[in-house]
Design a binder for this molecule. Structure first.
Ligand code: ADP
Ligand code: MG
Length: 386
């Protein structure tokens, strides 16, 4: 899985698909969220990082306005006229690159040219590692260059979000695209989702002898059917009951008031968001002051909050977290939107294989599907590779 092999392979696949060599190759990473879950659309804080798994896009402009996309994921080539891109009704993957093309034109108020694109990816799909942001951001960086639209990386992140909201039809926030575009090696992206100000925060996992394990339960999450939307609605209701525009404006001290005026479920949804924002801020402080060994308790507390208050965990994720902590992880939590997907465990390198074997054994004992367990490092964000 070396980058140069990926570049050769996607270039060759483009050529066999379209019969000529691509103008360039761009790539963008998936991301993992270290802490700050469901806080993005509440205009709070998140702390994701770009991972060393990427989507490679080989792309060329065309002289006409036809857009053709194909992917190693499926043999079917999709095409559309640039001016005809509309909300996706048949759940088609092509909505991601089509949506980005639509969004860049909308945000930059320009009309682009058609293009041919071919995608290859080693970001696991539907695991909470945002293969969707990887395909969006590789496309966005490429089109911004090919079309000379001159949008900033922050604006391109917004284009990815717009594509996902308006064309794919998933009501997601801006975190994933920000991480994929703004990530740096060994750093997390500390994003204020209200001001959209982003800061690079050194992680120092390597220097501390730690690795981040992904425990992908392989239970597929479906963001557009139910749980995610009802949590968003609960947060909106909570904010309006507190008389504020978003839960970002509610402090931990005000939770007593929230408890008085809301029913138990509504209160617990609000409590998760408010305390999670606080945990992100503390995680950043601890990383700066003491390094990554000092963030374990915050990761654990985040999981408990999602399990008991926000209620978006599932048994497989709880098991992964419990076993990882029992076998020496510094901290662990589910990550991503919930109802499936992956857990993360920050662990001393010497404990990684013990944790892996213990999780595999426990999943088998409980009759769960076999999880996919691997480590990730914090890697560079979207870039042009050739
Ligand atoms: P996640 O972002 O957590 O991986 P999503 O459901 O948000 O899960 O996005 C996954 C979808 O993104 C896939 O089902 C597919 O439609 C699309 N996708 C991601 N990467 C690719 C790719 N390389 N080729 C084609 N489609 C892709
Ligand atoms: Mg996604």
């Amino acid at each position: 899985m070396t980058t140069s092999r990926n570049i050769e392979s996607v270039a060759a696949a483009f050529e066999s698909q379209y019969g000529y060599a691509p103008a360039g190759i761009w790539s963008a990473p998936g991301r993992v969220n270290l802490i700050g879950e469901h806080t993005d659309y509440n205009l709070g804080f998140v702390l994701p990082f770009a991972i060393n798994r990427r989507t490679y896009a080989a792309i060329s402009s065309r002289e006409d306005s036809l857009v053709r996309v194909s992917s190693s994921f499926s043999p079917v080539q999709h095409e559309v006229e640039l001016g005809q891109i509309a909300k996706n009704s048949d759940n088609d993957w092509a909505a991601y690159p089509f949506g980005v093309a639509w969004a860049i034109q909308k945000l930059s108020q320009t009309t682009g040219k058609g293009f041919d694109a071919y995608f290859e990816s080693d970001v696991p799909v539907g695991s909470g590692l945002s293969s969707s942001a990887a395909i969006e951001c590789s496309t966005a960086l490429a089109l911004n260059e090919l079309w000379n639209t001159g949008l900033s990386r922050a604006e391109l992140a917004r284009c990815g979000q717009l594509a996902e909201n308006e064309i794919v039809g998933a009501p997601t926030g801006i975190m994933d695209q920000s991480a994929s575009l703004l990530g740096e090696r060994d750093h997390a992206v500390f994003l204020d989702c209200k001001s959209l100000e982003a800061q690079s925060i050194e992680l120092g996992f390597d220097a501390a002898g730690l690795e981040l394990l992904i425990i992908d339960t392989r239970v597929a999450h479906r963001l557009n059917d139910g749980g995610y939307a009802t949590r968003r609605a609960a947060c909106e209701l909570g904010a309006s009951q507190m008389g504020v525009a978003s839960l970002r404006e509610v402090s931990v001290d005000q939770l007593d008031k929230a408890k008085e005026i809301m029913d138990d479920v509504a209160f617990r949804r609000v409590k998760h968001i408010v305390t999670e924002n606080e945990r992100v801020l503390e995680t950043v402080e601890n990383l700066r002051a003491e390094g990554p060994t000092a963030i374990g308790a915050l990761l654990n507390a985040s999981h408990v909050s999602m399990r008991d208050d926000f209620e978006i965990s599932i048994d497989e994720l709880d098991t992964a977290v419990d076993v990882a902590i029992r076998h020496g992880a510094v901290g662990a939590r589910m990550t991503g939107g919930g109802f499936g997907g992956a857990a993360i465990a920050l662990a001393p390198i010497a404990k990684v294989s013990e944790i892996t074997l213990a999780v595999l054994a426990e999943f088998e004992l409980l009759g769960y599907g076999k999880p996919n367990i691997f480590t990730v490092t914090a890697d560079q964000g979207a870039r042009r590779d050739r």
